[in-house]
Structure formats: structure tokens, C-alpha cells
Design a protein around this ligand. Structure first.
Ligand SMILES: *Cc1c(COP(=O)(O)O)cnc(C)c1O
Length: 498
């Protein structure tokens, strides 16, 4: 069965998966969605005998139907290899009654690697398939982790360049160092005087500005996106939900067909949307628990049916979730409206003009799979301490938000279903907050001394992605205003004029 892609905001055009991956975002500002969500072509238990790569192949083949099997296998083999520190790629650890799905064993020790190790290969393959000879310019806004993961994925990939914008004052010191020390002649990293939403809005503007597009084309370039709006990010994220369910099945932790709950620390809504797609494909999932930090716009949305971004933006200890416009929610809106682009377009126009919109009762009924929850900063800290004290298991701040939400949900609801919880970053990426939570913080120590301290306390070794940073050369120093983002791109590409 061939799966084609269309924009959430309509238009008649139906394009192939490889074209959608190349384009990143639709010309009318919409996100590409499959015209149909493919069902599993085999019983779920068949996945129990597969390794990560084979699971990835099966899922990707169902969605990316214009890629050949050889192309998919070659992409997958390049992506999920020795750059991960475990052959399992995404191991499960049980602690305090929850199955933590560790998605941080890749090169940048955060879950973005799961998709971004694969995307560059899907993209360069797509370019070849579609006869594209222009150099691909990846334009990315990051709240911290995407940027480094995208840089790591695209660095020195032939026929590509990558520009990353991050909020200068909104990421951790380690996150910033990871990015500004990035090697590769095709990489460019710029801090902006603004928050993540400003960066993301600026990137979206550049993408849809025809004048900028024309200037690029005249110089042999074309934009694409590595942000989670790219369908080539979303599809690889479905894989680990299927893989982890199958692991539990293989280990006899669940019965064949038994429904599990999935808890996801959420920002841009990409990771949890992938879990929803997995459920639509046929994965036995009971509840999808969407965990927010104090920027709880999604919690309010699931509770009221109104999405309202008009509120204070709060900087928290889980910066990758400090987001007020969750881009990927647009895909869910489109689907729960009955794959209706008209409705989606109207709501997104309201979001742009008024900063909020309300969905209909019928649409709300389609959301019963979801439970929203949020954790305060205090609760997040307490959860890191609780899980470590009770189970001697160390989690980062993002994972702790989800873990706290999960713990409260289970106590309040009495729901005893087996639970898979997406563990999205290594605790060593957020040492300051994690050591504070464990009561071993030291105001005078830098992040690296704290990492050593954390390692001593917990017996977990400091990952090389952190320990190699202090000696690394800083290669990117530019900081600009939001209004100067276009100029930064032009300067890097050597395109004159305005
Ligand atoms: C990106 C990120 C998230 C949020 O994921 P979304 O797909 O944007 O919802 C959560 N935790 C970490 C560590 C991340 O890097």
C-alpha cells in the first residue's frame, strides 16, 4: 500500500514520503501528515523476536513507501550502530514499578538522537531519488537538545549544511558547550536574544518567505528542516514504542495483547505523537500520559479543550520542554478533526492572531486516549530524589517531570497497567539541577565538577559526551537579535543582498 503525504492545512497536493522529508514543512505553513496511518502488517508478538534495526525497518517500510528496502536498510544501518553505547539502542530499565525507556544512549545523550541519527540519511537518499542537486540547508531552532543532535547527525554529511539557532539565555551550560564546540565545515551555530518560541517562529518565517527561498535557489541552495515538524523525525520515533512493548512481551512482563500506558515528558509534542501513531498502527496502548513542566499549556488543553499560549513563559530545569507552541499538536488536531484541513487551518489562524483556539466537543471525544499532567519545579526535584532513594536509579529533570506525573496519576486513578516511561536525557546533561535535587549541589562548582560529584554519589560513570567538553575548542560565537536571523543565514552561505 502506498502512503502519500499532504499538508495539515490543505491544498490538493499529495506527495511521496521522500518529498515530504526533503520539504520539511509544507509551503502553506502546514505539517505533512500521512493520508492514511498504516496498520501493522503482522501480529504485535512478531516484533518480539526482532532487534532494534529490524523493528525500525518494519515500521519505516510501512510509512516511507517510496524508499526501496535496500535504501531503508542502508539508512538504518548507518544510524543505529556503534554511535550508540548499547546494542539494544533503547534499553528498558525497571525502577520503582515503572519501565523507563532510556532514549539517551546516542552520541548527544538525549532522545533526539533516536531520529536525528537517521534523518540525514533519509534526506540525502531523498535528494538522490528526486534528482535534487541543490545543496540542502538544514535550518533548525532548538530548545537545547535538538540543535546538538541535528549538528551531530548532519556534520560533514555531503551535500548538506546546517544552521542552528538556540536561545542564548535558555539552555544549560553543557547544552551550549555541546553546540558551540561543534566541528564540521558545514555547521553554523547562532545564539539569539529571545526564547525558543522566538527562534522557532523566526525559522518558520525564513522557511515560508518566498524572497529568501528565491535567493537561496539562485545560489544553488534549498532549505529543509530537521525540527520535529519533519515527518522524517516523527516516523523513527514510533519505532522505540513498538520495540519496548515487544521487549516486555518477550520477557514475559506483559501478556500478548495486554495494553500498557505510555508516559512522555512533552514539549513540542513530537515524541508523544509518535506514541499515538504507534497506537493507531495497532500497538496495545491504554493511556497516553502527556507530562508538562510549569509551562503547562498542554495540560490545560487536555483539561479544557482550549489551547491558550497567552501566558508567561517560564524557564525551568527541564528546558527542552519550555515551549508554549507545541508544533506537532497541529498534526493531532488535523487527525481528531477527521483528517480535516479546513478545521486545522482555521484553528491555526486563530492561534496566530489571538494566541488561542478552542476545539469542538466531537474533537475532544477523540482525545480520551490522552491524560494531561504537569509537575512543578519542586515536584520535579522531589521525584529525582524519590526515585534515587527508593530504587537507586538516576533520572534527569525531563524524565522526572514525567515520572512525577506518572506517580500521581497512578495514585489518583488506581490504574495498575504496566507503564513505559520515555526517559529522554542523561542526568549528566543537567548536572546542576540533578545534584541540587539529590542535595549534593555546590554553588561554586562548575557543571563538570558537579558531573564528577554526581558520578561519585551514584556510581554512574560520566558519559564521554560530557567529559570531553571542557577541553574542546569553541568554534561558534555569533549571537544575534531575532530580527537578524536571515542575515546570519546569508552570511554563512555567502549570499549577498537583502
Ligand atoms: C525534546 C525533548 C523533550 C520533548 O520532546 P517533544 O517531542 O518536543 O515533545 C523532552 N525531553 C528532552 C530531554 C528533550 O530533548
Amino acid at each position: 500500500m502506498e502512503i502519500l503525504y499532504r499538508s495539515t492545512r490543505g491544498g490538493e497536493e499529495r506527495i511521496t514520503a521522500s518529498q515530504a522529508i526533503l520539504n520539511g514543512i509544507a509551503g502553506n505553513g502546514g505539517l505533512y501528515v500521512p493520508t492514511e496511518i498504516p496498520a501493522f502488517d503482522r501480529p504485535v508478538r512478531a516484533f518480539a523476536s526482532m532487534d532494534y534495526r529490524e523493528t525500525a525497518f518494519t515500521i519505516l517500510k510501512a510509512f516511507l513507501t517510496d524508499y526501496t528496502e535496500e535504501e531503508l536498510r542502508s539508512c538504518i544501518n548507518s544510524a543505529y550502530g556503534s554511535q550508540f553505547d548499547t546494542a539494544q539502542i533503547a534499553p528498558l530499565t525497571e525502577a520503582a514499578g515503572v519501565h523507563y525507556l532510556e532514549l539517551y544512549h546516542g552520541p548527544t545523550i538525549a532522545f533526539k538522537d533516536m531520529a536525528l541519527q537517521l534523518l540525514p540519511h533519509l534526506m540525502t537518499t531523498a535528494a538522490k531519488k528526486n534528482g535534487v542537486t541543490d545543496e540542502i540547508v538544514i535550518l533548525t531552532a532548538t530548545s537545547g537538545d535538538t540543535g546538538k543532535a541535528a549538528l551531530e547527525g548532519f556534520t560533514d554529511v555531503q551535500g548538506t549544511r546546517i544552521v542552528v539557532f538556540y536561545p542564548k539565555h535558555g539552555v544549560s551550560r553543557i547544552q551550549e558547550l555541546q553546540m558551540v564546540t561543534q566541528k564540521g565545515d558545514n555547521t553554523c551555530v547562532v545564539g539569539i536574544e529571545g526564547n525558543f518560541d522566538d527562534a522557532q517562529t523566526g525559522v518558520k518565517k525564513l522557511f515560508t518567505d518566498e524572497r529568501v527561498g528565491a535567493a537561496l535557489a539562485a545560489n544553488g541552495f534549498r532549505f529543509s528542516s530537521a525540527n520535529s515538524i519533519n515527518i522524517g523525525r516523527l516516523v523513527p520515533q514510533i519505532v522505540y514504542y513498538v520495540y519496548s512493548y515487544a521487549r516486555l512481551l518477550r520477557e514475559g512482563r506483559i501478556a500478548d495483547g495486554e495494553a500498557v500506558n505510555i508516559v512522555v515528558p512533552t514539549g513540542n509534542f513530537g515524541n508523544i505523537l509518535a506514541a499515538w501513531y504507534a497506537k493507531k498502527m495497532g500497538l496495545p496502548v491504554k493511556k497516553l500520559i502527556c507530562a508538562s513542566n510549569e509551562n503547562k499549556v498542554l495540560y490545560d488543553f487536555f483539561g479544557t479543550g482550549t489551547y491558550d499560549r497567552n501566558r508567561e513563559f517560564i524557564l525551568t530545569s527541564s528546558p527542552s520542554m519550555d515551549i508554549l507552541i507545541s508544533s506537532n499538536l497541529e498534526r493531532l488536531i488535523y487527525h481528531i478533526a477527521g483528517d480535516d484541513a479546513e478545521t486545522d487551518r482555521a484553528l491555526m489562524a486563530k492561534l496566530l492572531s489571538e494566541g488561542k483556539y478552542e476545539i469542538t466537543d466531537t474533537m475532544r471525544k477523540a482525545l480520551t486516549d490522552f491524560v494531561g499532567g504537569f509537575a512543578t519545579e519542586e515536584e520535579t526535584k522531589a521525584e529525582i530524589a524519590r526515585v534515587f532513594t527508593d530504587a537507586h536509579y538516576l533520572i534527569d529533570t525531563h524524565t522526572a517531570v514525567a515520572s512525577a506525573v506518572c506517580d500521581r496519576y497512578r495514585r489518583d486513578s488506581g490504574d495498575t497497567a504496566q507503564t513505559i516511561l520515555a526517559s529522554t536525557a542523561s542526568p549528566f546533561k543537567f548536572t546542576r539541577a540533578v545534584t541540587a535535587a539529590l542535595g549534593i549541589a555546590d554553588g561554586d562548582a562548575d557543571d563538570f565538577a558537579l558531573a564528577e560529584k554526581l558520578s561519585e554519589k551514584t556510581g554512574v560513570p560520566v558519559p564521554a559526551a560530557v567529559s570531553s567538553l571542557p577541553g574542546a575548542q569553541i568554534r561558534h560565537t555569533r549571537v544575534c537579535e531575532v530580527t537578524e536571523m536571515e542575515q546570519a543565514v546569508r552570511d554563512f552561505l555567502g549570499i549577498k543582498g537583502t
